[in-house]
Each structure stands twice: as C-alpha cells, then as structure tokens.
Design a protein around this ligand. Structure first.
Ligand SMILES: *Cc1c(COP(=O)(O)O)cnc(C)c1O
Length: 397
C-alpha cells in the first residue's frame, strides 16, 4: 500500500514550545512560494527585520532571522564572537546554560562557569565575583528565560555588571521575546538570539538574532575565520544586509511568511499588551494550580509567566499522566528536563496559547486525569479558581 498524506491531529500545545500556531499564521504559510531574490520577497524581508527590531526593542540594523531553529541562533552568536583562546563567563541555571558552555568550547574558547540551582535566577553577586577573578573575560553569556525551569533572570542588572568590565554580552531570549520585556538597547545586549515557536507562536525553524555595532566590529575584525560557513554573519549579511542582495542560501520562504504574520499580530497587539496578557493568564493558571494543591518550584518574584514549572503529586506516574492528557484531551504539556526530570511538569502559556480558553482547558484536563489516577489533589475547584482570579484582574485594570 502506498503511503498516504500526513494529517496531524489538532493538538492543544501547552508545553515548552512549540506553542499553538493561529489559523491566521497557518494561512500565511500556505501562500504561494516565490523566489528568495524576488523583489517582493526582499521587501518582505525588510519588514521582517523591522518587525523584529520592534519585538526585541533594538535599533540594531543587524537584526534578522537565521534560517534554522533557536539552537542555530545560539550557535551563530557564539561562533561569530568567540575566537580560540577567548575567555567567556557563562551562567548555568538550567539546561540551556550547559549548551552555551558546549558552544564556547567548540569555538575554541575557555568557559568560566557560574552555577546556580535549577529553578532559581542567575545570582548577580556570583557574576560580579566571577569578573573580579577573571577581569580578562571577553564575553558574558546568560539565559534570560530558562525554559527548563521556569526562572527569569534580571537581564538589566547582569548586563550592567558585564559592561563595567567591558565584556560583550550574549543573551538567550528564546522564551522571553513576546512574553516578558526584552529591551536589547536599553540593557546594552551585544548579541541576542530567540526562537519563533515560543511566545511568537510561529512554527519552529527560524531564529531571530540581533548584533550591536560593537559586536559587529568584533566580528569584522576577527583574527580567525568563523569556523561555520553557514552561520558566518559576514556572509549572511550579503543576503540579509542593506545593500544589493546576493544568494547565500535559499531562505525558508514560506516559514518567513509565517514569522512575518506572527510579528504583524504582535505589532498590532503591542508588546505591552502581550506582556500583560502573559502575566494575567499566568496568574489565572496559578490560582487553579494552587487550588488543586500543586505548587510552583520557582519563587514568586523570579517566575516566568509563559513557562509554569509545577510539582507532581506524590505517587503519580507523571509520564502516564502526560500520555493520557495527549490521548484523551489532545493536550501537550512538558516533562522536566535534566535535574528536574520526573519532578515537574512544564505548562506553557506562550503566545497564542496564552489565553483563558487554554488555562481552563488545561486545568479541566489535569483535574480529570489526576482525579482518575487517584492523585491526592483537590478536584473540581481549579477552573473556578482560575476564572475568579482572572475576573479580579480584569476588574483591577
Ligand atoms: C527552546 C529553547 C532553545 C532552543 O531552541 P530550538 O528552536 O529548540 O533549537 C534555546 N534556549 C532556550 C531558552 C529555549 O527555550
């Protein structure tokens, strides 16, 4: 029998990404493919750059999507800025800081690690200490929103410390962009990378990056060629730059339509409203989760609204619960990673998935599945608690 076309089910995506892609973005993806040097396509690329400057709050001309997922954006920042022998101070408070270390070392750099407990924010005192011990560090790197734990770090303060020591700052803002404030210029971030499938709610496969003038100067005056041909920003600028466009690689045309549409939606909503929406729905979910008897692992002031890391009730098979949520409710939530595997669930309220409909859907499904599993939770109260909390927020604003 011949293999048939693939028709995925319609899931509700409330894990650590991808998040739900709206009908409007899905329709944009299905528009006619045109050439990657077609003048109309090139004009759309300029709009994507402009919309990304807004999303990242930067005037950096070198703000564009790398044609690959967030991990490639990460790699682009490190391979372009790190030269063999360079010292890089890297913060690790979850999975993604570990990948930064790996990137530094593969680029021939020396990683000086600052460790913080998983589920906590990066401690600025440790950063100041590390710079005192390593005044020759050229780069400082940290994850703004740790998707593996749900912790948000204080980017402004961390970047300030690095600037006092004249270091370049690389920031992972894959999960923060569109969900919580990301202010590249105000915070003086030199290189940042993000993803499309988290709070921007476009399909995965593109990684917005942005480089400051200072970062560009470093990239242009490198002693060694960037070891990655594909991610060498000197070459990518030939295609994405301001001058005449030349072929570098064939852009993922339709995926860029999708990103363009999601960024237009963000622009129309406004960043401030999007941040507020993520906060409000987090607070509603939180009321439901806590009414049920589950807890958050991150202390309140460091919590990410778009990624909720919650405890698993005693005696419950967490993987079986996720399987049942998927099979019976078409609902995807995330498992714990690394040190937190088996200990938490990660509930994403990212982009399109940050709505009251999603909050209620998730709480109702969890209530049913956990109730059936005989978990020691309070059943039948979560949805009403969430609605009440949301109602209060609406009245207050
Ligand atoms: C998802 C994520 C990445 C990696 O993005 P991919 O698109 O999966 O490659 C990097 N950093 C953080 C903080 C993330 O959440």
């Amino acid at each position: 029998m011949a293999i048939q076309s693939f028709h995925p089910p319609k899931r509700v995506l409330m894990g650590p990404g991808p998040s739900d892609v709206s009908e409007r973005v899905l329709q944009a993806l299905a528009r006619p493919t045109i050439g990657h040097l077609d003048p109309l396509f090139v004009a759309m690329m300029d709009e994507v750059k402009q919309l990304l400057q807004y999303a990242l709050q930067t005037k950096n001309p070198m703000t564009l999507p790398i044609s690959a997922p967030g991990s490639a954006g990460m790699e682009a920042c490190f391979v372009n800025l790190v030269e063999p022998g360079d010292k890089v101070i890297v913060c690790q408070n979850g999975v993604f800081g570990g990948r930064m270390k790996e990137n530094v070392e593969r680029a021939g750099g020396i990683a000086v690690m600052i460790e913080d407990a998983w589920g906590t924010a990066v401690d600025p005192n440790k950063v100041a200490e590390a710079f005192k011990k390593n005044p020759d560090a050229k780069i400082f790197a940290f994850v703004h929103a740790e998707t593996s734990t749900g912790a948000l770090s204080d980017a402004r303060t961390l970047a300030q410390i690095a600037k006092q020591h004249n270091a370049l700052v690389i920031m992972d803002c894959v999960t923060s962009v569109g969900g919580t404030p990301v202010l590249l210029d105000e915070w003086q971030i030199d290189a940042a990378y993000s993803g499309t499938q988290k709070c921007l709610s476009a399909p995965p496969g593109l990684s917005p990056v942005s480089f400051s003038q200072r970062a560009l100067d470093v990239i242009k005056t490198r002693k060694h060629k960037v070891q990655s041909w594909f991610l060498d920003m000197n070459l990518i600028m030939g295609y994405w730059g301001t001058g005449k466009r030349a072929y570098h690689h064939t852009a993922p045309i339709n995926n860029l339509y999708g990103l363009h549409e999601s960024l237009v939606m963000l622009q129309n909503e406004s960043l401030e409203k999007a941040w507020q929406r993520h906060r409000d729905h987090h607070l509603a979910l939180r009321a439901g989760i806590e009414a049920m008897g589950l807890q958050f692992i991150v202390k309140e002031q460091d919590r990410l609204p778009q990624l909720n890391a919650v405890t698993i009730p005693d005696g419950v098979d967490e993987a079986a619960v996720r399987t049942q949520l998927l099979n019976d409710h078409n609902l995807e939530i995330g498992a714990g990673l690394g040190a937190l595997a088996g200990k938490i669930w990660r509930i994403g309220l990212m982009g399109t998935s940050s709505s009251m409909w999603h909050v209620e859907y998730c709480l109702n499904a969890l209530d049913k599945v956990l109730g059936k599993a005989g978990a020691k939770i309070k059943t039948g109260v979560a949805v009403d608690s969430a609605k009440a909390a949301f109602g209060k927020l609406a009245k207050a604003s």
